[in-house]
Design a binder for this molecule. Structure first.
Ligand SMILES: Nc1ncnc2c1ncn2[C@@H]1O[C@H](COP(=O)(O)OP(=O)(O)O)[C@@H](O)[C@H]1O
Ligand SMILES: [Mg+2]
Length: 357
């Protein structure tokens, strides 16, 4: 069991507040990601959960036990957590087996039991065949798996990971995502994962807490946050999006930058609005509402990333890679929008519409 409750936690370094009133409950066995741009306070939050930093105010609970708050402060070694950081912190002079066994060795765990537990973890992390190798004989991904195995061998209730994949190349990063997720599922532990990489967060998380400037902007499942962002920052940070200034007039949103072209609208807003469109939600269509000229496109194999000039505006369209040869720059095209979001002036989401054309 490991439920983490963070109650109204604020952290300041000197007079600089880096986290404001953080409130959250991480459920037992959940994969939680703290996501946000560099400097938003992710690592600081993780270090407070680990016990390397004290909250300036507020409380942190593990199950029914207060670990930080008031006069209480449990040091990291008493919190039963595993941690892995960005750099592969493995001992260069020890082979894989000894590296992974280390947390048990310092606890004077009996040899037979150590062997059994290390063996099991090496299997789960696919390192069994490398037990005798030294870190300099391993790839970056393998070294990071050693760090992971070492964090897991003491069977922590809670695993904290701070950008553990950011030093790996793109392909390895992708496969490690699945491996970490798989390990978490097998062991049923709670994971708090820190990253600035939105794709990583989308792929791995049960729930994402999206932070900006020390404040949680929104939390929820990847689908919830992607499809119903509460403000423009969230819409922009998670996924690709273009914003267009428009004005609601007689059942349509008119875009001045598009030379007055418009799209149908039956929402509740009047006056000036910001319309957000994800480029995968626009498509080429004979009877599209918007008319423009294909400016350029980037064929990426699986997709074709197109820019269409509509009046003075550039509209990004991501379509599948198939048929890219017909998309010659300079061609007149028509565009339909499958769904879009309408934001009020204060940046908050008013509604989300789906039109089928
Ligand atoms: N020990 C510290 N002393 C002073 N400022 C710090 C300290 N640790 C972090 N900060 C500041 O707190 C903010 C959040 O940092 P951090 O939690 O590392 O962000 P992230 O992990 O999201 O990139 C940054 O502005 C950083 O400079
Ligand atoms: Mg960080």
């Amino acid at each position: 069991m490991s439920v983490i409750k963070i109650k109204n936690v604020t952290k300041a370094f000197g007079d600089k507040v880096v986290l404001k009133s953080f409130d959250a409950v991480f459920r037992d066995g959940e994969f939680i990601t703290l996501l946000g741009p560099s400097g938003c306070g992710k690592t600081t939050m993780l270090r407070m959960i680990a016990g390397f930093e004290r909250p300036t105010s507020g409380e942190i609970w593990f199950d029914d036990k207060l670990v930080s708050g008031g006069k209480t402060f449990l040091p990291p070694e008493k919190r039963e957590i595993g941690m892995v950081f960005q750099s592969y912190a493995v001992w260069p002079h020890m082979n894989v087996y000894d590296n992974v066994a280390y947390p048990l060795t310092i606890r004077h765990c009996p040899k037979a039991e150590t062997g059994e537990r290390v063996g099991r973890i090496l299997e789960i992390t696919h390192l069994g065949q490398y037990a005798k190798r030294f870190p300099n004989q391993l790839s970056g991904g393998q070294q990071q798996r050693v760090a992971l195995a070492r964090a897991l061998v003491a069977e922590p209730k809670l695993l904290l990971l701070d950008e553990p994949l950011s030093n790996l190349d793109a392909k390895l990063r992708e496969s490690m995502r699945f491996e970490i997720k798989e390990i978490q599922r097998k062991l049923g532990i709670t994971v708090v994962y820190v990253t600035h990489d939105q794709t990583e967060a989308m792929a791995m998380s049960d729930r994402i807490f999206l932070i900006n400037g020390g404040e949680v902007q929104q939390y929820g499942s990847p689908e919830e946050i992607y499809n119903a962002p509460v403000n423009q920052f969230v819409a922009d940070f998670l996924g690709k999006v273009d914003f267009f200034k428009g004005e609601v007039r007689q059942g349509r949103i008119v875009f001045p930058a598009m030379g007055g072209q418009s799209i149908a609208y039956d929402g509740g807003r009047t006056g000036k609005v910001d319309v957000a469109v994800r480029p995968e939600n626009i498509f080429f269509s004979e009877n599209g509402e918007l008319e423009g000229v294909l400016e350029t496109h980037y064929y990426l194999g699986d997709t074709d990333d197109c820019r269409v000039r509509v009046g003075d505006a550039t509209v990004r369209v991501i379509t599948d890679g198939f048929g890219y040869a017909q998309r010659q720059p300079g061609r007149k095209v028509k565009l339909s929008i499958r769904s879009f979001m309408v934001f009020e002036d204060d940046g908050m989401l008013e509604t989300m519409l789906r039109i089928q054309t």
